[in-house]
Design a protein around this ligand. Structure first.
Ligand code: SF4
Length: 348
């Protein structure tokens, strides 16, 4: 892992973003914000999955007003997603939003931007400048890459906010194309000290979106770039939160819940390893402890991996060895693998 880029820290509600704070996990509710009950219920479910900051769409004044009631029912900071109408930003802040996601470029009138910035400054509400590859204004010079143009647009907005004496800034440069997103984030990381919100936008269905997100976000995090992340999937937002943590866990940046190490199985295995690993994986979804579990198919790598786990099994012919923190504690019959493993996991 390269050295972490040192960004300035900002506070989004009770969550510190940047300045070396743990990379935080965000998601966006997929309910109608005006439907307070459904929105609160979905955000609470996401809180349980580990979501640390939630964004809600604010398409109209009814949605902006609903934020007041939503905030009463949730425990994590809420960011209002605003486009075009500065009055919605003012209304969302008046309702108690902890942050704004705004592209000041969408609000053409400087006086209107000034009003939003003045209110944000008074309330210490940070503004995320969100430049999205899909909604760039015309004006890219020939020969300039899309990524470079995204950075130009973001820096223009940063300079505008700074000229108004505002520096509670966070920046996102989202693109569907992974190399474009990486180029853009790497470039802006060299130009500013503001914290960066990473994401691969419109990444698609989980089967491909998880991979695109892991590739883009993972490469940047490994570079030491990124202070908060959101995985965008065409799926329930709990999948986004789950994936975000898996990315962070795979880079040893955060710990949350269990890790399952399981071998792919091959012609050497004499047990149904895929079936056993699937059942254990399903069981682990209900486990919150940061434990490492190994399910291995034979003696080639089995004992080594199982030894490194808190609990592991190295399966053999008709029976397997259960390891606990590096020691073989018992031998079990194949029919007992699942029951004994679950028993040992529960006992950790
Ligand atoms: Fe094959 Fe054994 Fe490796 Fe599993 S641990 S993939 S069964 S060699």
């Amino acid at each position: 892992m390269k050295k972490l880029r040192v960004s300035r820290s900002i506070r989004v509600g009770n969550v510190i973003v940047g300045g070396g704070a743990p990379v935080s996990v965000q998601s966006m509710s997929k309910t109608d914000t005006r439907d307070v009950l459904s929105t609160v219920n979905q955000i609470r479910e996401l809180e349980e999955c580990g979501c640390e900051i939630i964004r809600v769409a604010v398409p109209d004044h009814e949605a902006a007003a609903a934020i007041k009631e939503i905030c009463k029912g949730i425990s994590i900071p809420l960011i209002a997603d605003i486009h075009f109408d500065y009055r919605l930003a003012l209304a969302a802040m008046a309702s108690g939003a902890d942050g704004l996601r705004l592209n000041p470029g969408n609000i053409r009138d400087k006086q209107q931007i000034k009003k939003v910035v003045a209110a944000a400054k008074a309330r210490e509400v940070p503004i995320r400048i969100g430049v999205n590859c899909g909604s760039l204004p015309p004006g890219k010079k020939p020969g300039r890459s899309i990524a470079a143009y995204m950075v130009d647009m973001a820096m223009e907005q940063v300079n505008l906010l700074e000229s108004m004496g505002f520096d509670l800034i966070k920046i996102a440069l989202k693109a569907f194309d992974v190399p474009t997103a990486i180029e853009a984030y790497r470039s802006i990381a060299r130009k500013t000290v503001y914290p960066l919100h990473l994401g691969i936008t419109e990444a698609g269905l989980p089967c491909t979106g998880i991979i695109r997100s892991a590739a883009g976000i993972g490469i940047l995090l490994y570079d030491g770039i990124g202070d908060t992340i959101r995985v965008s999937l065409s799926a329930h937002p709990r999948e986004e939160v789950f994936t975000a943590y898996e990315i962070l866990k795979s880079l040893n940046l955060r710990q949350r819940g269990p890790v399952l190490i399981s071998c792919p199985s091959c012609g050497r295995s004499e047990s149904d390893i895929v079936g056993l690993a699937t059942k254990i994986g399903n069981y682990l979804q209900s486990v919150n402890k940061p434990v490492k579990i190994a399910v291995m198919g034979c003696v080639v790598n089995g004992p080594g991996e199982a030894k490194a786990a808190d609990v592991g099994i190295a399966c053999g012919k008709g029976k397997g060895a259960i390891f606990k923190k590096g020691r073989i504690i018992r031998s079990v019959k194949e029919s007992e693998y699942l029951r004994v493993l679950i028993e040992e996991i529960d006992g950790l």
